[in-house]
Design a protein around this ligand. Structure first.
Ligand code: NAI
Ligand code: HPV
Length: 633
């Protein structure tokens, strides 16, 4: 490895002191803007910047599905849609499309402009959404791909004021870089209580007897019920609601079994519940209470086949999601007597058709999705979701993110400077790749004194991805969509964590980014193994480039960078410095690295301003300079 030296100490120290404070602000701002969906980055700004730049652009080659470089003339601005964007200092607009508790609304009003518009048609929602930064829904709003498309990049967060997110197209949200958060805890008890209410009401024919009496009848013999005590209830889905139902059912003297492929056995044991297989649960239960999410593996999991395996006369409660039951099969099972009764709060289609055979069935008790509808739960959910949405709009990582990694705040603050380093290295590496090269394979190596398992690299990987993709495509990358976008663009990003002898106080010692099988526009950036290779470190909170190809350098990654390879001889720094000085371009940092004395050297010059073409040409004409490149950080 080459040694690196910095030209003047005073330059170094003044840069550090000047950059230290600005860098910590920049670090924070950069981190926040990344964590906020960058889909909301003013695209117009991004475009005008790109349009004015004299440097290479890149676009996605749709056939090879590989990132390829292209020149400005090949880059058409017409592919970018007109986007109605708020400026970053205006208040965010938050659309609340279903009734939300007043405490939550007040909290939201303290942060943004709140538009409570209920009962919007899909078309009305699509029309409104392009003017909204956040959308808050309950189970009644379908947040489809069309909604994300109509948002035109402005929607940063969808808040689901409740648990189930099956009404939100998560794949589309992720693709559009839109964070989805939910409020998973505040309605647990309400849902569990409703489950128990339905269980008891069904067992004792409460709703049927009520309707009968109101129609003037007195039918005591017709509505003889069944007792719950001593009966077996199978709780299907032993999560938050399921566990609370189990606890309450035990209090009623029932024998409780549960099925949940992912539930820990010790939690079940603590409540006195036996975890059993699906088959065992449905074959032995007198009552079955459903508490699993609606996901592909649970969709219509209760169907003709599974009903046929149930104990004859079983009673079913569903406070989870209508879609876990094949409703036509349930009608058949009710008609045949396999299922004696059902009590349903949720339906495949909500509201269901009024003439639905299931709803009208005399052995079925129904409620219109009331599980979460208690005053207490609704206030709790409203506050929980308002806090999550405001936090997301502020750029904080959410503890209830559904489609993004949850990074604990302490990890986040420790990683903050490395997050900036990671993005800059990605930006730098991609600019070193020659136009026309297809970028496919990127290797990231993290060196750290800590155990590899202690380093959560998702955030860093996402930042490197952002740094690589954003300068060369029209995609906007954030924590939500980084992996998806990389995959979509055919980028293979592999990671390696290496333990090195460094200060364990810091989570990372260095990050190296290598791009394989590409040509470089700066041959010195190519390492011995043929990859474009750069490495960086954080020094005093400031990201630095420390290695380029086989050359050691030391330059703070701020502003712009000129890299030159020259014959190692005296006077080179002065020559280039003079050319820049003539153009009033301020040098912020300079570092020279070489492999062998008086042989080849790399000069890395940080500049505050962008030198004009003339200055760059003059640098290129300095006889000892063999190659140079100007890079924007
Ligand atoms: N009716 C209503 O108003 C309400 C309905 N819900 C619904 O209740 C359900 C449960 O909510 P929470 O307990 O808060 O969620 P949770 O995530 O805490 O629990 C769900 C459990 O289902 C389990 N599970 C996943 N696949 C399964 C499978 N194939 N078989 C059995 N279990 C499986 C999971 O491991 C998890 O433990 C959700 O569908 C939610 O949408 C929740 C609140 C109110
Ligand atoms: O939280 C859930 O999953 C629910 O089903 C509650 O739905 P809601 O918010 O009452 O429309």
């Amino acid at each position: 490895m080459a040694s690196s030296s910095t030209t003047t100490k005073s330059l170094l120290s003044s840069t550090f002191s000047a950059s230290k404070s600005s860098s910590s602000t920049a670090t924070k701002a950069s981190l926040l803007s990344f964590l906020r969906s960058t889909s909301a980055t003013p695209i117009s700004q991004k475009l005008s910047h790109s349009h004015n730049s004299r440097h290479h652009y890149y676009s996605v080659c749709p056939i090879k599905n590989v990132l390829t470089t292209a020149t400005e003339s090949e880059t058409s601005l017409s592919k970018y849609p007109d986007v109605d964007l708020v400026s970053s200092d205006s208040k965010p607009t938050i659309l609340v499309s279903e009734k939300l508790g007043s405490a939550g609304i007040e909290l939201l009003k303290g942060f943004g402009d709140v538009d409570c518009s209920y009962n919007l048609s899909p078309e009305q929602l699509c029309e409104k959404i392009s003017r909204c930064d956040a959308l808050i829904v309950r189970s009644g709003t379908k947040v489809t791909r069309e909604v994300f498309e109509a948002a035109k990049g402005r929607l940063k967060v969808v808040g689901r004021a409740g648990v189930g997110i099956d009404n939100v197209d998560l794949q589309a949200a992720t693709e559009f870089g839109c964070l989805v958060v939910n409020a998973p805890t505040a309605n647990t008890i309400a849902a569990a209580e409703h489950g128990i209410a339905l269980l008891a009401a069904m067992a004792r024919n409460v709703s049927q007897a009520d309707a009968s009496m109101k129609s003037g009848k007195w039918e005591r013999n017709k509505y003889v019920g069944v007792s719950m005590v001593g009966k077996t209830v199978a709780v299907m889905g032993f999560g938050k609601v399921g566990s609370e139902v189990a606890r309450r059912a035990k209090g009623l003297g029932m024998n409780v079994i549960a099925h949940d492929p992912y539930a820990p056995a010790d939690r079940a044991r603590a409540i006195g519940v036996e975890l059993v297989s699906f088959e065992q649960a449905i074959a032995t239960a007198d009552f079955i209470s459903l508490h699993m999410p609606l996901i592909p593996t649970t969709s219509k999991i209760f169907n003709d086949q599974t009903f046929s395996k149930m104990k004859k006369g079983v009673r079913i409660v569903n406070v989870a999601r209508g879609g876990v039951i094949d409703e036509d099969a349930l009608v058949r099972a009710l008609d045949s007597g396999i299922v004696a009764q059902a009590a349903l709060d949720v339906f495949i289609e909500e509201p269901p058709q009024t003439d639905s055979k299931l709803i009208q069935h005399h052995n079925v008790t129904v409620t219109p999705h009331l599980g979460a509808s208690t005053k207490e739960a609704q206030e709790g959910v409203a506050i929980e979701i308002a806090e999550a949405v405001v936090g997301a709009l502020k750029g904080e990582l959410s503890a209830t993110a559904v489609n993004a990694p949850m990074v604990p705040p302490e990890v986040l603050s420790e990683l903050a400077p490395y997050v900036v380093l990671a993005e800059k290295l990605g930006r730098l590496a991609v600019q070193l790749v020659a136009g026309g090269s297809g970028i496919k394979s990127i290797k990231v190596t993290y060196r750290s004194a800590r155990d590899p398992d202690d380093l959560d690299t998702r955030l860093l990987r996402a930042m490197i991805t952002k740094g690589i993709i954003e300068p060369i495509s029209s995609s906007f990358v954030n924590l939500v969509n980084a992996d998806f976008t990389a995959k979509q663009k055919g980028l293979r990003i592999s990671e390696e964590r290496m333990v090195v002898d460094a200060n364990p106080e810091f989570p990372v010692d260095s990050i190296q980014v290598q791009i394989s099988n590409v040509d470089s526009k700066f041959a010195s950036a190519v390492s011995e193994n043929g990859d474009v290779s750069i490495e960086g470190k954080v020094k005093f909170g400031v990201p630095h480039l420390t290695c380029l190809g086989s050359f050691g350098v030391d330059v703070s990654l701020e502003g712009n960078l000129i890299l030159c390879r020259q014959v190692d001889q005296p006077g080179m720094i002065g020559k280039v410095g003079n050319i820049l000085g003539e153009q009033n371009v301020n040098v912020s940092f300079m570092s020279v690295g070489r492999t062998v004395r008086r042989n080849k050297a790399i000069m890395a010059i940080g500049v505050d301003e962008e030198p004009n073409k003339d200055a760059l040409n003059k640098i290129g004409q300095v006889p000892a300079i063999e190659e140079f490149v100007f890079l924007k950080l």
